[in-house]
Write a protein that binds this ligand. Sequence first.
Ligand SMILES: Cc1cc2nc3c(=O)[nH]c(=O)nc-3n(C[C@H](O)[C@H](O)[C@H](O)COP(=O)(O)OP(=O)(O)OC[C@H]3O[C@@H](n4cnc5c(N)ncnc54)[C@H](O)[C@@H]3O)c2cc1C
Ligand code: FES
Length: 319
Amino acid sequence: MVERASFEITGREDFSEVTYSLVVHHPLMAKAANPGQFVIVMSHEAGERIPLTIADFDRHEGTVTLVVQAVGKTTREMQQTCKVGTRLYALVGPMGLPSRIGHAKKVVCAGGGLGVAPVFPQARGFKESGAYVIGVLGFRSKNLIFWSDKFSACCDELIICTDDGSAGIKGFVSDGIKRAIERHTGIDEVVAIGPPMMMKACVETTRPHAIKTIVSLNPIMVDGTGMCGGCRVKLGNEVKFACVDGPDFDGHKVDFADLTTRLRRYTEQEKLALQRWSDTCRMKEPLVSGGRNVAATPPHPPATELLELPDPFEDVRGG
Ligand SMILES: Cc1cc2nc3c(=O)[nH]c(=O)nc-3n(C[C@H](O)[C@H](O)[C@H](O)COP(=O)(O)OP(=O)(O)OC[C@H]3O[C@@H](n4cnc5c(N)ncnc54)[C@H](O)[C@@H]3O)c2cc1C
Ligand code: FES
């Protein structure tokens, strides 16, 4: 009998009611990973395959870190089942083209909400290449801030923005980018990652200044190998597949309206899948996380609340 590899979860932290990180032991993946790449995960044998960005990797420890937002059936299910000591059934990757770190001398790395996590390896990569790195992190509110310590360690400047003004400047990620542009000449590149509306706002902020702006696109993916065409995105007149041609693209060329329309295509089916899962889910007890932040882990909400999850398209956090 051939024994399958499986990937132990060695760490977990809950940042909010809906956002959590998983540290997964996978030395080969950690060795091969580069900023900007992603993995496709199956949490159990019958589970859906979902793409998640490699938000951090530690070649010495042999781990990769994923940061997940519970927006639907699978991410909600993983929030309950993926505890320290459990194993992911499958982890494929690293997938996608690595981000081009290049020779930029001054860069802005901007993340909104969950987008803060995938922009981290790029900020660190730019710092390691000798660039002056300005981090711009946007959250709805102070209590949702995460990883500001990790960014402080690799950024020369850090601008925190909150929608409600409870920390840093009151405003969106695009306001933070505006501030960086006002204060600095010679910004070579902006990297902006977050919900489509946030990335669009960032792109419109840099366009008048002709600053190269890279965004990371997250269309619905199926195979992740360029075969199914599910992840097609439009850049001007060109069509690209985010899984093999991206996920990083020139933000000034991206057709964000098309991206949003395609992302909403299966909304009804996704609601049904979540409803079916919540109806049959027997794990109604509070989540007992093996992570560091157990005390902050909220109890599992009743099934009736399960449909009130964050909307991945809402134009807060930078829009
Ligand atoms: C390259 C890439 C990197 C990503 N990185 C992260 C990450 O680091 N953390 C994170 O929380 N999420 C990430 N996502 C989004 C994540 O894959 C979806 O949130 C997840 O698949 C939703 O599954 P669900 O069953 O929980 O929700 P569903 O109810 O099925 O979907 C909720 C929404 O998520 C999107 N989605 C659904 N299925 C897919 C799919 N197969 N591929 C892409 N998007 C989908 C749709 O827009 C949908 O409306 C990434 C997506 C891509 C393409
Ligand atoms: S996910 Fe199938 S082509 Fe990209």
